[in-house]
Design a protein around this ligand. Structure first.
Ligand code: SF4
Ligand code: SF4
Ligand code: SF4
Length: 319
């Protein structure tokens, strides 16, 4: 996506040259294919490392928590919503930020591509005009339509355009309607299961979890100085990979994200064993929408529903 990359570089250079920001946070090519890295450019020369393509799936809002500098930041729809959540929660001031908005065309699923490869993937090429992704390695090369290998969260995304920005790198993309995207189809399937089937489903989902916490660390919502899983006094959850400890970690983390998660998919992209932890957060997102008419990060004024209390709230259990 050369045009996006060039425009990001142009804006970043201008912001640094005019001393409007102390740094610009974007992406540079990663050391492994399909995983571009966050990169902090503090000089015009460093800006040349920036890239933009379908491998920029880590969420840059993760890197602005409690920062005091003036920051330029590249933001897609979901990343901009996480920035809004940060502003609402007092983790950054809006006027510290210059948001370089990227109308987003979705990220590719590195786990799907790895499953298609006939060996280790050494390089990835994206053809913007044809809409294809080509992976290659020792003795193989394979091209697929990008639409076939989009991350699931991107294929059902209804907020591809940044909701908060100072400047866009391109014209807005066409958004899918909720009817077209049907974002809660998978949640409905799980809701329809019997309790025993649900138990078996989530047991299986988490069976490979090694508790590396990559999902937590990649999530911009998980900024507590001390996470409940790391506390030893009191110890809220055991440290083992016992299924009970694993379930406790995932359920509690999901509830901490309720009404705040933007379905950016960084947690799933970061998981080394490909666990779709969004099965938890997507259900909570659906509940927030249906019960409170709430979607996270659409403005910088309102706090999430589970974070507010009014004496006249109708729920008796609160009183
Ligand atoms: S969830 Fe939407 S905005 Fe975020 S990367 Fe995917 S398509 Fe882009
Ligand atoms: S829980 Fe996952 S999908 Fe939700 S904001 Fe955090 S990283 Fe993104
Ligand atoms: S990243 Fe994956 S393996 Fe690591 S704790 Fe999260 S779900 Fe478990």
């Amino acid at each position: 996506m050369k045009s996006y990359t060039d425009k990001i570089k142009e804006i970043a250079k201008r912001l640094l040259k005019e001393d409007k920001v102390d740094m610009v946070i974007g992406y540079r090519k990663g050391t492994v294919p399909l995983m571009h890295q966050p990169f902090f450019a503090t000089s015009e020369g460093e800006v040349d490392s920036f890239v933009w393509d379908s491998n920029c799936g880590l969420n840059l809002a993760n890197y602005i928590t409690d920062r005091k500098e003036r920051i330029g930041i590249v933001a897609t729809g979901c990343n901009s919503r996480n920035i809004a959540v940060h502003v609402v929660e007092g983790k950054i001031q809006r006027d510290q930020l210059y948001i370089i908005g990227v109308p987003c065309q979705g990220m590719v699923d590195r786990h799907k591509l790895a499953a298609m490869a006939e060996g280790n993937i050494a390089s990835v090429e994206e053809d913007e005009d044809k809409g294809t992704i080509t992976i290659s390695g020792q003795g193989f090369s394979k091209s697929v339509d990008k639409a076939e290998v989009l991350q699931e969260n991107c294929s059902i995304c209804v907020h591809r355009n940044p909701v908060l920005y100072d400047e866009l790198v391109a014209d807005e993309v066409t958004e899918q309607t909720r009817e077209q995207a049907d974002p809660y189809a998978r949640v409905r399937e799980i809701e329809a299961m019997s309790p025993d089937d649900k138990w078996a489903y989530f047991d299986d989902l988490l069976s490979d979890c090694i508790r590396c916490y990559a999902c937590r660390n990649a999530c911009p919502l998980c900024y507590c100085p001390q996470c409940f899983v790391d506390e030893s006094n009191p110890q809220w959850v055991g440290k083992s990979v016992d299924p009970t400890d694993i379930r406790t970690f995932h359920l509690l983390r999901a509830y901490h994200c309720a009404g705040r998660c933007t379905d950016c998919g960084a947690c799933v992209r970061s998981c080394p064993v490909g666990i779709n932890v969004r099965d938890f957060t997507k259900k909570l997102e659906k509940d927030c929408l249906e019960l409170y008419g709430w979607e996270a990060g659409l403005n910088t004024e309102q706090r999430p529903p589970l974070d507010t209390y009014k004496p006249e709230d109708p729920e008796d259990f609160i009183k």
